[in-house]
Design a protein. Structure first.
Length: 283
C-alpha cells in the first residue's frame, strides 16, 4: 500500500477512491493490463488513468515522478454503473472482461446485478442480444431464460412476433421447441385466429412437420369432421383428400363411413354423385 501513497494523493480522497485504488492494486499485481484498468475505470464513470497512475506499471518501480501531464480526454458515457469494492474483486475473480462491462453499459443494461453479469459473461451472452430482447418489450425474462434462448439460437425477433400476434402463454421451452422445428410464428398465430385453440403444441408441431395448413383443418371441421386426431388429419392430407370430397360424401347420405373407407373411396376416385345415384336406385 505504501507504494501507492502518492498515487492515492493524486487520485483524491472521495467515495470512488476505494474502487479506483483496488483497480490500481490489480494493475500493479499484473492481474490486469493498463488498457483493462482504463476500461474498468471507464465503467465506473471516472476519468482514465493519469500518467502518474500508470507509472508504477510502466517502470515496475516508483522512481522519481515525472511531471503530471493531467488526464486524457474522456468522452461522454452512458449512465454510470455502480460497483462496490467487493463487487469489483468478484468480477475480477470471475475474469469478466472490462470491455464486456462497458458493452453492457453502452447497451443500457445498467440494472443487472453482479451475479447476473457474471452468469451472462460465463455463457458468452452478447449484450446486443439482451438489448434486442428488451427493445422488443421482453423485460420479464430471467437471466436463465435469456441464456437458454441464446444457447438454442432463438432470434429475439422470433419471440417478438409471437407477442405481436397476441400469443403470451407459450413457455420458453415451447418457444425453443417451435424454433427448433422451424415453425414460423405466423403458423401458430393462424391456428389461434381460426379458432383451433384445442390443439396441443405437440400436435401443431406434428401438423407443421407434415405441411398441414390450418385452413385445411378448418375446412375438415366445416365438413363435420371435428373429432379427427392429428394423425388422422395428417393421413387425409397426405392422401390429398379434399374436404369438399368429404362434404359430398355426406351430402350423398354416406355418413356412416369409416376413416379407412373414406380414404379407399378417394384413392379409387369413386364419385360421391355416383354413390348418391346408386343409393337412389337400390333404396
Amino acid at each position: 500500500m505504501a507504494l501507492y501513497a502518492n498515487v492515492f494523493a493524486v487520485a483524491g480522497e472521495d467515495t470512488v477512491n476505494e474502487e479506483r485504488t483496488m483497480i490500481l492494486e490489480m494493475l500493479a499485481a499484473g492481474k490486469i493490463t493498463i488498457e483493462q484498468a482504463n476500461q474498468l475505470i471507464d465503467v465506473l464513470g471516472e476519468k482514465p488513468l493519469s500518467i502518474t497512475e500508470e507509472w508504477p506499471v510502466q517502470k515496475q518501480s516508483f522512481e522519481e515522478k515525472e511531471p503530471d501531464q493531467g488526464y486524457r480526454v474522456h468522452q461522454e458515457v452512458p449512465k454510470r454503473t455502480q460497483f462496490t469494492f467487493d463487487q469489483l474483486i468478484e468480477l475480477s475473480e470471475h475474469e469478466v472482461d472490462p470491455m464486456y462491462l462497458k458493452e453492457l453499459r453502452e447497451a443500457g443494461l445498467t440494472d443487472l446485478t453482479v451475479e447476473q453479469i457474471i452468469e451472462l459473461s460465463e455463457h458468452e451472452i452478447e449484450p446486443s442480444y439482451i438489448k434486442a430482447l428488451r427493445e422488443g418489450g421482453l423485460y420479464d425474462l430471467s437471466v436463465d431464460q435469456v441464456i437458454e434462448l441464446s444457447e438454442h439460437e432463438v432470434d429475439p425477433t422470433y419471440l417478438i412476433k409471437f407477442r405481436e400476434g397476441g400469443i403470451f402463454d407459450l413457455s420458453i421451452d415451447q418457444i425453443i421447441e417451435l424454433s427448433e422445428h422451424d415453425i414460423k410464428p405466423a403458423y401458430v398465430i393462424k391456428f389461434r385466429q381460426v379458432g383451433l385453440s384445442d390443439l396441443t403444441l405437440d400436435e401443431i408441431v406434428e401438423l407443421s412437420d407434415h405441411g398441414v395448413k390450418p385452413s385445411y383443418i378448418v375446412r375438415l371441421r366445416e365438413a363435420g369432421l371435428s373429432s379427427l386426431t392429428a394423425d388422422q388429419i395428417i393421413e387425409l392430407s397426405e392422401h390429398d383428400i379434399k374436404p369438399a370430397y368429404l362434404k359430398a360424401l355426406q351430402d350423398a347420405g354416406l355418413t356412416a363411413l369409416t376413416f379407412e373407407e373414406v380414404i379407399e373411396l378417394s384413392e379409387r376416385e369413386v364419385d360421391p354423385a355416383y354413390l348418391k345415384a346408386l343409393r337412389g336406385v337400390i333404396s
